[in-house]
Design a protein around this ligand. Sequence first.
Ligand code: SF4
Ligand code: SF4
Length: 204
Amino acid sequence: MKYPKVRELAEAIKALVKGPYTSSFPAEPHVPHPNFRGQPEFDQDKCLGCLACEEACPSGAIAHEDRLDGDVPMRVMIHYTDDCIFCGVCQDSCIRDPGDKAIVLGNKWELSYFDRSKAFETIEKELQLCEVCGDVIATRDHLIWIAEKLGELSFSNPTLYLTRLRELGLADDNIQAVLADKGRSDRVKILCAECRRKTATYEE
Ligand code: SF4
Ligand code: SF4
């Protein structure tokens, strides 16, 4: 007859005193371990809609749609929970500072669905469009974040300082070009890279 090893004996005695290691789920709700890394979730207020997490996600579980047909142009960030492998790359690659990340692995683990098409979560961020051609530049929050990071250096870029001034209520929403000067007066507007180039270079 083989005798149990000391460690196994200790585990058996502990289990007798403390009860079984397994939980009684589904009879009782399961509480995961504090260090459990479950489904990541966006923070609506912190997220900048910058798309860095979408670029980095190895399983294509993050996507976005830019919706320009409503009164306010919006970027919808989508997390497909059924494709997520809980790897944490999105949290690591989020451009916000450590400890202030806008997508964080939580402790959600019970994620089964009867209808797979409902396995997603979304948040929405307001978009900033180019004031000349209407192309998407970025989300407003992303531009403000860049302006704040750059500090006084952002005053070299009208798109950044105008976004910041409008956020503070210190600039009009639409500064119209008033001079027929080949677009030069459009320079003090919020512009995409292509329109910025056109207002800064002379073309016959
Ligand atoms: S945890 Fe991994 S798979 Fe899931 S959304 Fe983040 S990067 Fe993608
Ligand atoms: S990287 Fe961070 S801030 Fe950027 S979209 Fe993803 S969660 Fe939001």
